[in-house]
Ligand binder design. Structure first.
Ligand code: P6P
Length: 342
């Protein structure tokens, strides 16, 4: 049984060092540890695949009426139970839960609000493609013992921590508490997350973009022009060739971008004009935006910084452009020039 070596930094040790340095407090350290333990349990369930009897649809719908996979429901329950066992350090909000009935006794003893997408990309589960858990931590406003939806509606800039766990060939936890973005790999024998990349850094420029181009006819003109120029490569105005990747699992696409650069885009489209985008602000765009900015990248709606947005409701959707800073700025410039021409 391989032992952790002296120079190995476990997640627990990293969090203790962050607390000793005064960058996080004891309750936040404990909450992150609780979430990491839940992700370890989710990784085990996901890893069992067909042998775990948890593939396929649950036969239920989430708060937005989307069909739930059995693993969506299981992952959600694992995170809620972990928070309860961890001492209710946070009140929880999830993509899978309706908040018209607040969870009894879910008042945040630790003063935090935890938002999560328990299993993002779950439509990929049945075809064995990487999926992940995304989480965001906010502070509960002073004096609020039983927070309602309205107390969760804080701009992404207010996050005290954000992260995801990607269940891929290896299970990795990527975390920021506002002091860089760092990656931990699960040592499955020990059941411990080990620091494997301190200070992830996204290159400013890229030749790789991630978008579902089948939606092109539904985009606004600025978006069509921007992607057409990417596709024109060295024969077009951008003067260089680009490559495209689209995993359709945000956690996997964002992990690639944090690892080697790129731009991830899910723009507004007119498939459902009433929706401002597909991805959710509170538990997809904001946490990913924090991780990307802390790694030197940028995160925008195409017109404004994602972390500056004041949320209007818990499951609000937004357009998302994030990744290599100069490429995000280029995409924003296309939208700005289009708006000026109107
Ligand atoms: P499409 C998964 O359902 C998700 O919310 C993100 O993880 C992913 O980036 C996107 O939707 C994929 O959307 O329309 O390409 O299936």
């Amino acid at each position: 049984m391989p032992q952790l070596h002296a120079q190995t930094v476990s997640l627990s040790r990293y969090l203790i060092e962050e607390q000793r340095a005064g960058r996080i407090d004891a309750e936040l350290r404990q909450l992150i540890a609780v979430v990491a333990r839940a992700c370890t349990s989710i990784a085990i369930a996901v890893g069992k695949g067909a042998l775990g009897g948890v593939l396929g649809d649950a036969g239920t719908g989430n708060v937005q009426g989307e069909a739930q996979k059995k693993l969506d429901v299981l992952s959600n329950d694992i995170l809620l139970e972990a928070n309860a066992w961890g001492g209710h350090l946070a009140a929880c909000a999830s993509e899978e839960m309706d908040h018209s009935q607040p969870i009894p006794d879910a008042y945040p003893r630790g003063g935090f609000l935890l938002l999560f997408d328990p299993l993002d990309g779950s439509s990929n589960i049945d075809v064995n493609v990487s999926v992940g858990t995304i989480f965001s931590v906010l502070r509960c406003p002073e004096g609020v013992t039983r927070p309602g939806d309205e107390h969760f509606l804080q701009a992404g800039r207010q996050q005290v921590a954000a992260g995801y766990c990607i269940y891929g060939p290896s299970t990795m936890l990527v975390l920021s508490t506002g002091h860089g973005t760092h990656a931990f790999t699960l040592d499955r024998e020990q059941g411990v997350f080990v620091l494997t990349q301190r200070g992830m850094c996204i290159p400013g420029q890229t030749r790789e973009f991630a978008i579902n181009v089948s939606n092109r006819r539904h985009w606004e003109p600025a978006m069509q022009a921007y992607v057409d120029d990417l596709m024109a490569g060295s024969e077009g105005p951008r003067g260089k060739d680009f490559n495209m990747r689209w995993i359709a699992s945000m956690v996997a696409d964002v992990h690639r971008i944090l690892t080697r650069g790129g731009i991830f885009i899910y723009p507004w489209d007119n498939k459902d004009p009433g929706k401002a985008g597909k991805l959710r602000l509170m538990y997809e765009a904001s946490p990913m935006g924090m991780l990307v900015e802390q790694a030197g990248g940028a995160a925008s709606t195409g017109r404004e910084a994602i972390l500056e947005l004041q949320p209007q409701h818990l499951h609000q959707r937004v357009p998302v452009f994030l990744g290599s800073r100069q490429e995000v700025e280029e995409a924003v410039a296309y939208h700005h020039r289009h708006d000026l021409s109107m």
